[in-house]
Design a protein around this ligand. Structure first.
Ligand SMILES: [Zn+2]
Length: 207
């Protein structure tokens, strides 16, 4: 039976690379995957998802398929063998709420990739909803600079300090992020390599 999946992980846990590989696996078998992202996420260009490893792929937009009634949405999806949604944390909760009915009605699996929590460790509303309704929930792992598993998405200011307040979504801002374990998130310790990189970018821009 087709299932609704939520594969979550901190930044740098290869979510997009995994999404691209799953789409490739479907195509290799002669099947047709539909790869989507929410319109709010246009960091990599309008209709592209891009992994840190360098893999890229064309995608469509969640909003262009998921509108109208459930029957209408199912009609739009029926030409595909699976739906893959990247950056799912930016979807609207009302869209997420429809996913189980769409999976059951179409028999098409929907595989969602995204962050579970923001830089303050608060859940994104779409991710929180998915945690409640997904048939399968899997964690994609990444590591802190100390080698421990990293679950915290730390937002950094220009000096490399861990930011402790601000808006949940700041796409297109100049802020940067790094994944830290809980101990180093709480301590605000981003590691020597990251500090070095920030110092280097400062001295480069002052030349
Ligand atoms: Zn650590």
């Amino acid at each position: 039976m087709a299932k609704l999946w939520f594969r979550y992980g901190a930044m740098g846990s290869s979510k997009t690379a995994n999404a691209i590989m799953v789409a490739f696996n479907y195509e290799e078998k002669g099947l047709k995957p539909l790869v989507l992202k929410p319109k709010i996420d246009d960091r990599d260009g309008a209709d592209i998802i891009k992994s840190r490893m360098g893999l890229t792929r064309k995608c469509g937009f969640v909003e262009d398929f998921f509108y109208g009634t459930v029957d209408e949405i199912c009609e739009r999806l029926k030409a595909y063998d699976c739906v893959i949604i990247d950056e799912v944390q930016f979807c609207e909760v009302k869209t997420i709420e429809l996913l189980p009915r769409i999976v059951v009605k179409t028999g098409i699996p929907i595989i969602c990739y995204g962050l579970r929590t923001d830089f303050l460790l608060n859940p994104f509303p779409a991710s929180e909803k998915l945690c409640g309704i997904a048939d399968r929930i899997e964690e994609l792992k990444t590591v802190c600079w100390c080698g421990q598993g990293a679950n915290c998405n730390a937002r950094l200011d220009a000096e490399g300090n861990v930011v402790r307040s601000g808006a949940q979504v700041m796409i297109g801002g100049s802020e940067s992020y790094t994944s830290l374990c809980m101990k180093h998130y709480m301590a605000g310790d981003i590691g020597e390599k990251m500090r070095e990189a920030i110092r280097a970018s400062h001295s480069a821009s002052s030349l």
